[in-house]
Design a protein around this ligand. Structure first.
Ligand code: KIV
Ligand code: ZN
Length: 527
């Protein structure tokens, strides 16, 4: 998928600029149940550039062959953003990171080492002196091969201030030009996090040579507040993710940080290069690809973020929108469309509707989406914008899946056993089977298991939601599969709940195959 406003210009940097370092593709991808394939990562990276992020952390190059390839391809693709790879403080990690990012116009190596007493003792089994030596060695090695090096003090917020200051000074002396102080476990509060930045910026002798960066996890729901407190204390880079996805409770959300700085510029005189009208599109893309739905009351990008329910609020809105809206939906890319879609709508109207909703599809994707739209319009009285968003996201979501659902037939009712006839396209070849089950969903999922054996996987969760009201509403099904400690989430939409179920299950299965590596379909992780 491409989009209409894809003009790449160089970002502006002034003393009040807060650089946005997006780690959706690295820390975001570490969310339990999340995985993106190469094509999906490239789509996200393209949208991140359009959104105006300054740095894209594309992955952890040494983690797997897939991560390495993704970082390399994102590095080749990006025209404006700096592309970073994460690396531990080990020569092999750093060399691998460089191998991947060296194709970028602006490459960065992001290396890290823990500095808290707990992590040094339990995890690293190193003395503080050994840690200082490792920082000097690893950063100097990175700087010898790459002009732009970031160093992170993992678990900075639980580190001894004197030791943290020494570690930072060492990293800057060895060549790091960005110093990141992560709240790795989401333990800080705005006061303590801001104070740590103020303290380090004041006391580290060579602090003026580096940009200080925030990286906050949301375990106490304070990630955005902590990031902003650090900005007020002098930080000029914020690490964050689209929709706030990430390890455990996630990271600070890019859209919240950017809009807080924009809307409350009066009290936080800093600016970002984020193109706020691209926020909704970025949020939808990441949600569609990862299968992580955005909670309706989520700030900025939730479905209810600009909805007004109470009579008093609605009355105020009619008189003057600023009574209850501190920013407009349009400012974050929510468009209100006047075009009503139905079964008589043709290609031109569908294309215009997609543009209004912020999508421009390539010819093949447009054709597939149009065929699905026509089928939906035949089956459903009114086609709402939400239906079209779900339909396009669904198309984007499964475009590169190795296994695709071709046909589903279900026989069900009070006189079981229920039966499913399922055709899947597996690596380009159609395969059909029939299966029974304890209910139609069970029969359907058993059929998938026959066609693609994956005996070790467990179905952890199966959820169905209606996208709009009415008995003819599209169903949105979400599935969580786990296997050997790996979890993947799949999503599927269709006006037939059973087809949506098959799509969701197969989508999760495709992601499981990506996580297992490139084993042939049908071979289990151990097999
Ligand atoms: O949370 C953290 O400490 C990290 C570092 C590796 C930057 O993600
Ligand atoms: Zn993190």
């Amino acid at each position: 998928m491409t989009n209409t406003t894809n003009t790449i210009t160089t970002n502006t940097i002034t003393p009040d600029t807060v650089l946005i370092f997006d780690t959706t593709l690295r820390d975001g991808e570490q969310s339990p149940g999340c995985s993106m394939n190469l094509e999906e990562k490239l789509q996200v990276a393209a949208q991140l550039e359009t959104l105006g992020v300054d740095i894209i952390e594309a992955g952890f190059a040494i983690a797997s062959e897939g991560d390495f390839q993704a970082v390399s391809e994102v590095a080749r693709q990006c025209e404006r953003a700096t592309v970073a790879s994460l690396a531990r403080a080990a020569i092999g990690d750093i060399d691998r990171a460089w191998e991947a990012v060296r194709h970028a116009r602006r490459p960065r190596i992001h290396t890290f080492l823990a500095t808290s007493p707990l992590h040094m003792r339990v995890k690293l089994n190193k003395s503080p002196e050994e840690v200082i030596e490792a920082i000097a060695r690893s950063v100097a090695h990175a700087r010898n091969i790459c002009p732009d090096v970031e160093w992170s003090a993992e678990d900075a917020t639980r580190s001894e201030p004197d030791f943290l200051a020494r570690a930072i000074e060492t990293a800057i002396a060895a060549g790091a030009r960005t110093i990141n102080l992560p709240d790795t476990v989401g333990y800080a509060t705005p006061e303590t996090y801001g104070a740590m930045f103020r303290d380090m910026i004041n006391r580290v002798p060579n602090a003026d040579l580096a940009v200080f960066s925030t990286h906050c996890h949301n375990d106490l729901g304070l990630a955005v507040a902590n990031s902003l407190a650090a900005v007020l204390a002098g930080a000029r880079q914020v690490e964050s993710t689209i929709n706030g996805i990430g390890e455990r409770a996630g990271n600070a959300a890019v859209e919240e940080v950017a809009m807080a700085l924009k809307v409350r510029h009066d009290v936080m005189p800093a600016r970002t290069n984020i193109v706020s009208t691209e926020i909704t599109r970025a949020s939808r893309l990441v949600s569609g690809i990862t299968g992580f739905q955005v909670q309706p009351n989520k700030a900025i990008v939730g479905a209810n973020a600009f909805a007004h329910e109470s009579g008093i609020h609605q009355d105020g809105m009619i008189k003057d929108k600023s009574t209850y809206e501190i920013m407009t939906p349009e400012s974050v890319g929510v468009t209100h469309s006047s075009l009503v879609m139905g079964k008589h709508s043709g290609r031109a109207a569908f294309r215009q509707k997609l543009e209004e909703l912020g999508y421009t599809l390539g010819d093949n994707a447009f054709q597939d989406a149009f065929v699905r739209f026509k089928a939906l319009a035949d089956a459903k009285k009114a086609v709402f914008d939400e239906d079209i968003v779900a339909l396009v996201d669904d198309e984007v979501l499964r475009g590169h899946d190795r296994i695709q659902v071709k046909e589903v037939e279900i026989y069900c009712g009070s006189n079981g056993p229920q039966r499913a006839v399922l055709t899947l396209e597996i690596d380009g070849e159609d395969k059909t089977t029939t299966s029974r089950g304890n209910g139609p969903v069970d029969a359907l999922f058993n059929a998938v298991r026959i066609l693609v054996p994956h005996d070790k996987s467990v179905l952890e969760r199966y959820e169905v939601n209606a996208i709009t009201g009415g008995t003819d509403a599209q169903a949105e099904v979400s599935v969580l599969l786990s296997e050997d400690g790996r979890t993947t989430r799949g999503r599927g939409t269709h006006h037939d709940t059973m087809v949506a179920s098959a799509r969701a299950y197969v989508n999760a299965l495709n992601k499981l195959l990506v996580k297992r590596g490139r084993a042939p379909v049908g071979v289990s992780a151990a097999g």
